[in-house]
Design a protein around this ligand. Structure first.
Ligand code: B12
Length: 212
């Protein structure tokens, strides 16, 4: 088994200590950070997601897998964020109201920081008012919203509607993401863009902010 397969496998069993140890070893062995993330951590979490969907595993197991995911991500984080980079724009991010999933949102935040954005992370279960007030007070260039549940996706529209009322819509760009979110949904609710992962989010925001 390769070290990446081992990371994936240990993540699936929720062994956070092993995931931390193996991630450190992979870093030492100079395995590319992107591979550790995609082929180790995210690959393992996809298997967990699939099993959870089929009711082969239950919530406590998913929580352990999430803790193991963070054990790896925390070690990769400093390598993904370069120091001394000029800020290219300010982005407020968060998981929408009612949504506690934050792994993907945090990854996007790390990628944005790594690309030179100033990121204000509001965490999870964020009310529309909080997104809008922060974007205003911080004079942000964009808002990035995450939703992993079909039941919380509509919260993204609530933020956009509030932006319209508060005169922010069109001035502050909106990018949305998360497993159930699509390009069509983004168009439907009036978001400027949908991005399927952190790299895509960086590219999208760079294109927006570069033309602002
Ligand atoms: C881990 C997990 C949990 C953990 C979350 C821990 C944490 N701190 O985040 C816990 C155990 C808490 C949890 C709870 C629940 N979960 Co859950 N969970 C998952 C699981 C297995 C993995 C999610 C994940 O972290 N993936 C890894 C990351 C890297 O991927 P990602 O989140 O998709 O993010 C990437 C992209 O989507 C994108 N992206 C994400 N956000 C953003 C934001 C922006 C701005 C951009 C541009 C891009 C972007 O970029 C990211 C990086 O590539 C998914 C399964 C799945 N397939 O997604 C279910 C899943 C999302 N959960 C589900 C459910 C049902 C629940 C619960 C309701 C279960 C329950 N009965 O209580 C609760 C709800 C809690 C709540 N109120 O939010 C369902 C949702 C079904 C649906 N259609 O709505 C899923 C799909 C599982 C399933 N197949 O049934 N869950």
């Amino acid at each position: 088994m390769s070290i990446l397969e081992e990371i994936s496998s240990e993540l699936q069993t929720g062994n956070h200590e092993a995931v931390g140890r193996l991630t450190s070893q992979a870093i030492e062995d100079k395995v590319a950070v992107r591979s550790i993330l995609d082929d180790g951590l995210i690959a393992g979490m996809s298997v967990v997601g699939g099993k959870f969907k089929k009711h082969q595993i239950f919530l406590p197991h998913v929580l352990l897998a999430a803790r193991a995911m963070y054990a790896g991500m925390d070690l990769l984080k400093p390598l993904m964020i370069k120091n001394d980079i000029k800020t290219i724009g300010k982005v407020v991010i968060g998981s929408v109201k009612g949504d506690l999933h934050d792994i993907g949102k945090n990854l996007v935040g790390i990628m944005l920081k790594g690309a030179g954005f100033d990121v204000i992370d509001l965490g999870s279960d964020v009310l529309p008012e909080k997104f809008v007030e922060t974007a205003k007070s911080e004079n942000a260039d964009a808002i990035g919203m995450s939703a992993l549940l079909t039941t919380t996706m509509s919260g993204m529209k609530d933020v956009i509607d509030l932006m319209k009322t508060e005169g922010l819509y069109g001035k502050v760009k909106v990018v949305i993401g998360g497993a159930p979110v699509t390009k069509e949904f983004a168009e439907e609710i009036g978001a400027d863009s949908y991005a399927f992962d952190g790299i895509n989010a960086v590219e999208t925001l760079k294109s927006f902010i570069g033309t602002k």
